[in-house]
Design a protein around this ligand. Structure first.
Ligand code: GLC
Length: 734
């Protein structure tokens, strides 16, 4: 099978998705999307589709002031008003990043109790990021777009791309990790997938919404380089590469102005500098005054906490236009942006019917879950387990049976089904092995009794599979609050040690985001990070544990030994004081901190084991004009006995720079599947801005003359090949 090049950052040797034909056909739709920002298919960033603009030119003058105002604010929790007189339909929005959310009650956030609002629950954002597979991100987005079509949604409120700055952020599970380049590649794939089904993606939360603590008011302060090099790239890629049709302003303040009323973020950077032609919506009740929203770049006010005519962009705005406080032209631009997105998504015409919970969707959900699983430890190759030789397994832990997809708040999904880890193991080996289950721990549970039952189960089994970690209870991985620490809750650390003491063959599987493990990690032979794998999670875990699938996930975030090793905590720069949080660590987020400061992490960014082994060799730096490296070539070989996939990572180091820089930064990667004994020559292009840093004085990206090192690694701390080159000239890219 010929490798299929996708996104320019990955050759994926895998079965072409079942809908590759419709993706190709819908690329024409994507081409149409270049009207709203740029796509690779677009010649320039700001070209608009003349036919759509002409249609808007016809509609706009026919709209009354009241009708225009009705289009820039919600008329229910997830809708904006129709203008039936002109054939403008009502617009339906839906959460979230992991699939189409269930319908909620008209006047509450509680479920509406309907029976026609189930959806495919895809793995959480952090699991998708751990796959390091942009092609799979596109497939996940296509599933979500397809199901949004079927459920009649026009705008899907995802992906969430906020950088993982503190391990405590309650919404880290929804986002794409700590690195701007990885987050950008995954976001672009996801958005292209969603929008290929004529549904607008809404990238969120713009910007610097990196904690839930005081999220509605906290003022975020950071230097300009940190903003440009760390916190904006995923949003910029969404606009300029994926042609995202909408973006959501964040709840927090940035440099003293609420993000939903922030002229610098929304007008200066997003619309003027990046050429964004889509619409900016607010997070729910994220707008705080009319003037700020009108002049600060807000195009669609969403929310729930007051009658809709009292919204800041409703009656008050209408009055302001009528009395000349606000220009008609500015209102027209807001309406134009809303109409543009509606026309770009075919809201006035025929659209794909969509489908839901199909075998293909289920297969993609499982594939993302499988590729997102990260094997962190496998002493003595205890994994994969040989199903033919194991006759008794003790499955222990509350998370073995806990349902996770219907949790976490706005990203929750009412799934058609959810395969728990226990069910997945039963599905895989239940016919040939005796499986015993013990809950082991429970929130506020009777610990002594649960522990005794678990130890008894562990004693009599050949193998123990402990399934623990976190869940979506508030204070764990859940929106609207941050975690208080990195401890494994409910005494799990102690229980793991007790299980290992009676059965050394205890394999640990953890749901959720990172936790501290130093107490017990040394005594367990194997550890699998399972995040939240969606409705097929249990099957994915079982298929990896029993070797049907070779794990290929890599960490999208650093796992620290101790919370205080993490930059925001080492510098006492979280959660802020007196309503302001200052990002004192600057550029040194995640591995940029650990590697620059030479602090040993528990597990490094980009780390993940396989059931086979990979060798790297023959590095060549392909020079372009003036010595700039334009591509990296090397050979990657599978030297083991099983097929597998490796994520080869490219890090760039600048020997000395006019401004301080992290010791190295991820600038390219590629996930490559290889059969046993197979090797491939890998060719990875590097654009010039892979060497650049942002210069606030010059308002642009400087790639300065000097010595650079290209590192090829299996993780940020496992550099297999490296070579240096000299950049002869300094360039500035605005
Ligand atoms: C929430 C979230 C946002 C979500 C929106 C609608 O507060 O911050 O991500 O899309 O409101 O539920």
């Amino acid at each position: 099978m010929q490798p299929r090049k996708v996104h320019g950052s990955g050759v994926f040797m895998g079965a072409a998705p079942v809908w590759s034909k419709s993706i190709l056909s819908s690329l024409s739709v994507l081409a149409g999307a270049c009207l709203l920002g740029s796509l690779p298919v677009c010649a320039e960033n700001t070209s608009l589709d003349p036919a759509i603009e002409a249609r808007i030119d016809t509609l706009l003058p026919q709209l009354t002031l009241a009708e225009k105002i009705s289009m820039v604010h919600a008329d229910s929790k997830f809708t904006s008003a129709a203008v039936p007189r002109l054939g403008i339909p009502r617009r339906w929005l839906s959460d979230g990043p992991h699939g189409v959310r269930e319908e909620v009650g008209p006047d509450t956030w509680n479920p509406a109790g309907r029976t026609d609002d189930f959806s495919t629950a895809m793995p959480a954002g952090i699991a998708l990021a751990a796959s390091w597979n942009p092609d799979l991100a596109q497939q996940e987005g296509t599933v979500i777009g397809d199901e949004a079509r079927k459920r009649g949604k026009d705008i899907m409120l995802g992906p969430g791309v906020n950088i993982l700055r503190t391990p405590l952020c309650g919404r880290n599970f929804e986002y794409l990790g700590e690195d701007p380049w990885l987050s950008s590649r995954m976001a672009v794939g996801y958005i292209q997938g969603v929008q290929s089904r004529q549904v607008a993606s809404c990238v969120k939360h713009f910007a610097a919404n990196n904690q839930e603590f005081e999220r509605g008011s906290i003022n975020v302060e950071m230097d300009e380089r940190t903003l440009r090099e760390i916190y904006l790239p995923a949003f910029k890629a969404a606009v300029q590469e994926a042609g995202v049709w909408s973006i959501m302003g964040a709840y927090n303040q940035f440099r003293g102005a609420h993000c939903c009323e922030n002229d610098y973020l929304l007008n200066h950077i997003l619309k003027d500098e990046w050429g964004f032609k889509g619409l900016v919506m607010s997070d729910w009740d994220g707008v705080h005054n009319t003037r700020g929203a009108v002049l600060g770049g807000m195009d669609l006010e969403m929310g729930t906490e007051k009658p809709y005519h009292e919204f800041y962009l409703a009656d008050a705005y209408a009055a302001g236009v009528s009395n000349g406080t606000y220009s008609q032209a500015l209102l027209d631009d807001k309406v134009r942006r809303n109409l543009r997105v509606m026309l770009a998504t075919g809201a006035f015409g025929q659209r794909p019917e969509g489908s839901i919970n199909t075998p293909q969707h289920q297969a993609i959900a499982r594939k993302v879950a499988e590729e997102g699983l990260v094997l962190l430890k496998n002493t003595g190759d205890i994994l994969p387990l040989d199903a033919a030789k194991i006759h008794s397994i003790a499955v222990i832990g509350d998370n073995a049976t806990r349902l996770q997809t219907h949790g976490g708040q706005s990203s929750e999904i009412k799934a058609f089904y959810e395969i728990t880890p226990l069910q997945g193991i039963l599905n895989r080996v239940g016919k040939q092995a005796t499986i015993t289950f013990a809950q082991g721990y429970q929130k506020g549970g009777v610990r002594a009794q649960l522990t005794a039952q678990a130890i008894a189960a562990a004693k009599q089994a050949e193998v123990v599979i402990f399934v623990g970690g976190l869940n979506h209870d508030i204070g764990n991985d859940c929106e609207s609050a941050d975690r208080k620490n990195l401890q494994l809750p409910e005494g799990q650390a102690e229980l793991i040690q007790q299980l290992v003491a009676v059965n050394p063959r205890t394999i640990v599987v953890l749901n959720g985001t990172m936790v501290e493990m130093s107490d017990w990690l040394g005594s367990v032979p194997a550890l699998l990070q399972a995040w939240y794998g969606g409705m097929e999670s249990g099957n994915a875990i079982a298929r990896v544990l029993f070797g049907d699938v070779n794990p290929s996930g890599k960490l999208p975030c650093t796992f620290p030994k101790h919370l205080t090793d993490s930059p925001a905590h080492a510098l006492n720069a979280y959660p802020g004081t007196n309503g302001t949080v200052t990002y004192a660590e600057g550029l040194l987020v995640g591995y940029r901190w650990f590697d620059t400061k030479a602090i040993e992490p528990l597990f490094p960014f980009g780390y993940g084991l396989s059931y086979t082994h990979f060798e790297y060799s023959d590095l060549k730096l392909i020079p372009g004009a003036d010595g700039a490296v334009v591509a990296v070539e090397f050979t990657l070989a599978n030297t083991g006995a099983r097929a597998g996939a490796e994520v080869a990572q490219i890090y760039v180091h600048e020997a000395q720079s006019a401004l301080p820089r992290p010791v190295h930064e991820l600038k390219a990667f590629q996930k490559v599947s290889l059969n046993p004994g197979e090797q491939k020559k890998i060719h990875l292009p590097l654009a010039r801005n892979a060497f650049a840093y942002y210069s606030p004085d010059q308002h642009g990206w400087v790639a300065e003359a000097g010595d650079f090192t290209i590192q090829v690694g299996a993780s940020s701390r496992d550099i297999r090949l490296q070579d240096t080159f000299k950049l002869a000239t300094t360039t500035l890219e605005k």
